[in-house]
Design a protein around this ligand. Sequence first.
Ligand code: CMC
Length: 428
Amino acid sequence: MSETQFSNSVTLRDNRNGATYDFPILDGTMGPSVIDISNFYKDTGMFTLDRGYTSTAMCKSSITYIDGEKGELMHRGYDIAWLAKNKRYLDVVYLLLNKKLPSKEEYNAFLYELKTRSFINEKILKLFDAFPDRAHPMAVLQACIATLSAYYSKDMSFDDPGEYMEMAKRLVAKMPTLAAFYYRHSKGYPIIYPDLARGFTENFLYMMRSFPHSHVDLKPIEVKALDSVLMLHADHEQNASTTTVRTVGSTHAHPYACISAGIGALWGHAHGGANESVIRQLEMIGTPENVDKYIAKAKDKSDPFRLMGFGHRVYKNYDPRAKVLKGLRNQLIEEIGIDTNLIRVANRLEEIVLNDEYFVSRNLYPNVDFNSGLILKALGIPTEMFAVIFVMGRSPGWMAQWIELKEQESIKIVRPRQLYIGPERINE
Ligand code: CMC
């Protein structure tokens, strides 16, 4: 029997032999405490099993806080609903990277720094030709970001703290250019270069939609809607893609190699690919009369069908990001019009989910992707570009998390273990 060594601890009793083990409890500033099991294997000779990390904290972080039960999200202490109402996307990018909101002067200087970094080495455009027609833009973007690591590794050390911010600014600035350039290339349209007279978010829509002879005339609500979508995706603590970025970062890989890996993780429809799947599913359902049939499929345990845009690993309440986007969606409907049949199907789905016992008892609410897909559709963004928009929004969050990882006293390589269930040694 071991004696308690910690002021706050949990004791584990092994019922096979009565041995007890103490593990310290660590408290954060908000949220559940954690049991520090770093010495678990050393002390007990066993591992813990937690498929999908449902009960595992993978790091200490001071960037983003989520209370999933209450449906709250904060970046560096600022509530997302407040940020969405009072600030712009670049304020939040600045906040994530600099740990404080910018003053007006700092904002303008930051915007200028991003603008001057928004161009890309044009050799990268040749990559586009290597992809088959109609390649998914996420495949291309992942390759482009991995390629950026080759352009920015000789002249600077990515282990130099002085260069972390430079890495971050460059990535955030170039991401919309790469995304828009590939879209134009895939359509055979002339490439439109960033216009330094335009704001960050406006520039992306300008590059996507303009032609050399006719520059797009953007309505303020369109820029505001996309800006909010980007802001609401800026960071979301240790989700699958961020955990991927940190995992690759723990091997001391190049930051853009980490981000490229994160893009791969985000692409799946259980994560960032959901916004694309939401629209495809709404189109498949077609009319409000068909909704009941698909609700029945979603509830049928023998059917793998799931309602895209509903449910979340952390939120067991209305996703606060979805709440903000719902308001914007309604504003967009009024000001520019949206495919009303899609909206009618979406409204019917949401109404049922919020009242049906199956969904209520499992705390399944609309998530961020439910409304972001509808907004992006209204903005004329092609459906296959939706996950790319998620990546654009998330880039500063990934870089902030990567910087936080690098700034730790020491980095521990991520190396989980397993419960082996294969054959025992075969002696021939
Ligand atoms: N439709 C129908 N049933 C669902 C859904 C859904 N969308 N989501 C969860 N459930 C059920 C699931 O079948 C399970 O039921 P039971 O307890 O009877 O087995 C229960 O709810 C718990 O589900 P889970 O899969 O154990 O929960 P999870 O935390 O592992 O998965 C999720 C979370 C987001 C992957 C899942 O809710 C899902 O697949 N949703 C649809 C895809 C989606 O919208 N993804 C975007 C997430 S938000 C963007 C982001 O942050 O990446």
